[in-house]
Design a protein around this ligand. Structure first.
Ligand SMILES: *[C@@H]1O[C@H](CO)[C@@H](O)[C@H](O)[C@H]1NC(C)=O
Ligand SMILES: *[C@@H]1O[C@H](CO)[C@@H](O)[C@H](O)[C@H]1NC(C)=O
Ligand SMILES: *[C@@H]1O[C@H](CO)[C@@H](O)[C@H](O)[C@H]1NC(C)=O
Ligand SMILES: *[C@@H]1O[C@H](CO)[C@@H](O)[C@H](O)[C@H]1NC(C)=O
Ligand SMILES: *[C@@H]1O[C@H](CO)[C@@H](O)[C@H](O)[C@H]1NC(C)=O
Ligand SMILES: *[C@@H]1O[C@H](CO)[C@@H](O)[C@H](O)[C@H]1NC(C)=O
Ligand SMILES: *[C@@H]1O[C@H](CO)[C@@H](O)[C@H](O)[C@H]1NC(C)=O
Ligand SMILES: *[C@@H]1O[C@H](CO)[C@@H](O)[C@H](O)[C@H]1NC(C)=O
Ligand SMILES: *[C@@H]1O[C@H](CO)[C@@H](O)[C@H](O)[C@H]1NC(C)=O
Length: 397
């Protein structure tokens, strides 16, 4: 074979495939001119996910400009299940005449209003496939091959999503939403979370016709919400039980400095000319910057920036720190740096020792005196009963 012959054989084979496709999709009576707008256009999401043992509502509408379409005549809706390989004979699984219904489908939409909304009542993973919609209306018969619908059936449910605006700040009032994908609006998932228990559940229709179930709560943020975990769980009712999935979100809330306090090291009196370290601490998000101030008659003086202020204590003073971030600032209480006068204190200690010595001496003397007197008295007492006894004895004699 020459290259030309190979090419011809290839093209012939392809032509055959195209002919087969046309015969499968455009059964006798189909009127489809290639290159023009398709005879039938359906509007559905391209991809739909569903849960085994639950239902799936396919939002669907169709459009046709074809002259042979006549809504006064009976309209039949047909669903065809077929893989990507269109040559493996795509099977009709539903015909609204009632002749075929392999999957218990139900077109709930009104075909006269071009509404082809369809309900799969009970899915299994075997239903995962591409589906095509077809309309039969007298001589008009067309399949929307350009608008396949991919249905994916999963065994495990979707985790709900928790929505809360980003950039949270204290004192802000925000709406927290937990929402769950709802393929089966007839039996929407039960949503529960660790915020308010009685949050009202509502199922809403999205713009593409699918549904979402939500619970919502407004909270006024405070610093205690920072790091708080919001857990939301979605319990999908399925045939013979429930399927549950959970989501967790940690709040990150910015707040102005709190619990600002200052400490001094070493504590107590410090000697002049020694190093003193003042340290400031505070809770804040984002982390605060610290400024140290010294109180003076002419207003407070900014003496240092930073958490720790250490200096050579040449003179005493009153200090405080201020923590600040984007959201505010807070002052600590005032800390007193008290310089001890070394000579004076030595003198004082000596005096204290002297007084202590004298006091000890006096007490010693007093105790000795008391003991001496007390011990001399009781010595007489044991003699008397002997004397009395003796007297009594002599009396009886
Ligand atoms: C549509 O069908 C009805 C009933 O068969 C018929 O009376 C009517 O003339 C048709 N309309 C068109 C535009 O063909
Ligand atoms: C639908 O069911 C019929 C009979 O129950 C069967 O012959 C046919 O192959 C089925 N079609 C598909 C696409 O499964
Ligand atoms: C189609 O019919 C369904 C009822 O099965 C309805 O919920 C939906 O709103 C209808 N869609 C349009 C576009 O009218
Ligand atoms: C749902 O589908 C499963 C699997 O096909 C089947 O075993 C079950 O009986 C069905 N349940 C109902 C209520 O149709
Ligand atoms: C939740 O947030 C995501 C992105 O963060 C967004 O795509 C989605 O639409 C939001 N949902 C709701 C219900 O606000
Ligand atoms: C939450 O706040 C929004 C406006 O910010 C308001 O529309 C909504 O009704 C509030 N919801 C509740 C449950 O208070
Ligand atoms: C499913 O969940 C519902 C609440 O949403 C509960 O009342 C029911 O007992 C659960 N069923 C099973 C089989 O767990
Ligand atoms: C503190 O300053 C004084 C006077 O300037 C100096 O004599 C002393 O050595 C300094 N002390 C320290 C620990 O640096
Ligand atoms: C304190 O002084 C430093 C530099 O001297 C300056 O950068 C800082 O802004 C001042 N802080 C305050 C609160 O005044």
């Amino acid at each position: 074979m020459t290259d030309r012959q190979t090419l011809m054989a290839f093209l012939t084979a392809n032509l055959l495939i195209v002919n087969m496709l046309l015969s499968l999709f455009f059964l006798p009576g189909a009127d489809y001119c290639s290159g023009q707008t398709p005879a039938l256009i359906i509007t559905t999401p391209n991809i739909l996910e569903a849960l085994t043992g639950s239902c799936l509502q396919i939002p669907c509408t169709y459009e046709t400009e074809h002259p042979t379409y006549n809504s006064s005549k009976t309209i039949y809706g047909v669903w065809i299940k077929g893989g990507i390989n269109l040559l493996s004979s795509p099977g009709i699984i539903f015909h609204s005449s009632g002749s075929i219904n392999n999957y218990s489908l139900d077109i709930t939409g009104n075909l006269k209003e071009k509404n082809c909304t369809t309900l799969f009542p009970n899915l299994t993973t075997r239903y995962t496939d591409k589906y095509f919609f077809r309309v039969e209306n007298g001589a008009f018969r067309a399949t929307a091959i350009d608008d396949p619908l991919q249905i994916t059936v999963k065994d495990s449910p979707w985790s709900p999503s928790i929505n809360v605006t980003s950039d949270l700040k204290e004192h802000q009032s925000v709406t927290v939403t937990c929402s769950a994908f709802t393929p089966c609006p007839n039996s929407p998932p039960e949503l529960t979370w660790n915020l308010q228990q009685d949050s009202l559940r509502h199922t809403e229709k999205n713009t593409d016709g699918t549904f979402t179930t939500k619970i919502q709560e407004n909270i006024t943020l405070s610093d205690t919400h920072d790091g708080y975990n919001i857990r939301c769980s979605a319990r999908y009712p399925v045939i013979g039980g429930n399927k549950t999935a959970e989501t967790e979100v940690t709040l990150s809330v910015s707040y102005a400095p709190k619990d600002t306090s200052a400490s001094i090291s070493p504590s107590g009196l410090v000697s002049a000319g020694s190093w003193v370290e003042l340290s400031c601490s505070s809770r804040a998000k984002p982390p605060p910057t610290f400024t140290w101030f010294r109180i003076s008659e002419h207003g407070d003086i900014n003496v240092s920036v930073g958490q720790i202020y250490s200096f050579n204590a040449t003179e005493g003073g009153e200090f405080y720190c201020e923590a600040s971030n984007d959201l505010g600032q807070q002052k600590s209480f005032v800390i007193l740096v008290d310089i001890k006068d070394d000579k004076a204190s030595e003198f004082q200690i000596l005096n204290i020792l002297k007084i202590l010595g004298i006091v000890l001496l006096c007490t010693g003397i007093i105790i000795f005196e008391c003991w001496f007197r007390f011990c001399n008295k009781p010595k007489k007492e044991p003699e008397e009963p002997i004397y009395v006894n003796h007297a009594m004895v002599t009396k009886t004699q």
